[in-house]
Design a protein around this ligand. Structure first.
Ligand SMILES: C[S@@+](CC[C@H](N)C(=O)[O-])C[C@H]1O[C@@H](n2cnc3c(N)ncnc32)[C@H](O)[C@@H]1O
Length: 211
């Protein structure tokens, strides 16, 4: 199977078939439980948010994270490029079209901004622009989860996905750190695959604090 060599920004590739096959076989049935267990519960225990904090998930797919946050009473929104997700998500009224390189919100709009499992579809240049954008729209924290360079998940045998690119596999911890700090932010915590119990989510977890 060949990897995609350029990012198709139409989002049409992230369709019902994509969300029903390979590692996403049960995604449409389980996305809210998975987001609750793997993303939201660990994030909230790390940041202990106040009741009035607001959240944005950039590349939120079917919006499982939004469902988990709304269940707790938090105000939240998501962005997506996938027409399928924007049309069929159970929380589509809380979602807008927007790429991670051009997030359609003002500076400091949300207390916490999430981005999980999106960078593997971007070029390195787009990933760096996305870091600028994620930090720009955040007031306090950015939770950024990416595949680590050595992750098995890059392998088309281990984790088949013809739309994933190989470009951001080149990015090192130092590349991320430098770009984060150029934006006046700092890495508050960093988890690598060795420290992370789940093997189903991207393996480098940056919790970025805006200073
Ligand atoms: C592997 S899924 C991850 C979905 C979700 N964040 C999660 O962790 O389950 C990748 C998602 O990123 C979205 N995506 C891809 N390129 C994007 C971009 N440039 N900006 C925003 N979202 C993008 C896709 O539409 C897709 O829903």
């Amino acid at each position: 199977m060949l990897m995609t060599t350029s990012n198709d920004h139409s989002g049409n590739q992230f369709d019902e078939e994509y969300y029903s096959s390979d590692s996403y076989t049960n995604y449409l049935q389980e996305h809210d439980q998975t987001a609750e267990r793997e993303v939201i519960a660990p994030l909230l225990s790390a940041i202990s948010p106040e009741e009035d904090w607001t959240f944005l998930d950039v590349g939120c797919a079917m919006g499982g994270t939004l469902i988990a946050l709304k269940r707790r009473g938090y105000s939240c929104k998501g962005t997506e490029i996938s027409p399928y997700c924007l049309k069929h998500s159970p929380v589509k009224k809380d979602m807008v079209h927007g790429t991670s390189t051009n997030i359609p919100f003002d500076d400091n709009s949300f207390d916490v901004v999430l981005n999980c499992g999106v960078f593997e579809y971007l070029t390195c240049q787009e990933a760096m622009q996305s870091i600028d954008e994620l930090i720009r729209v955040a007031k306090r924290y950015v939770s950024l989860w990416v595949f680590s360079p050595n992750s098995d998940d890059w392998s088309q045998q281990e984790n088949p996905d013809i739309h994933r690119m190989a470009d951001t596999q080149k990015l090192t911890y130092e590349d991320y750190k430098k770009r984060i700090e150029q934006n006046g932010a700092t890495i508050k915590t960093f988890f690598r695959i060795e420290d992370t119990p789940s093997r189903t989510a991207p393996e480098w977890h940056f919790l970025i604090a805006k200073t």
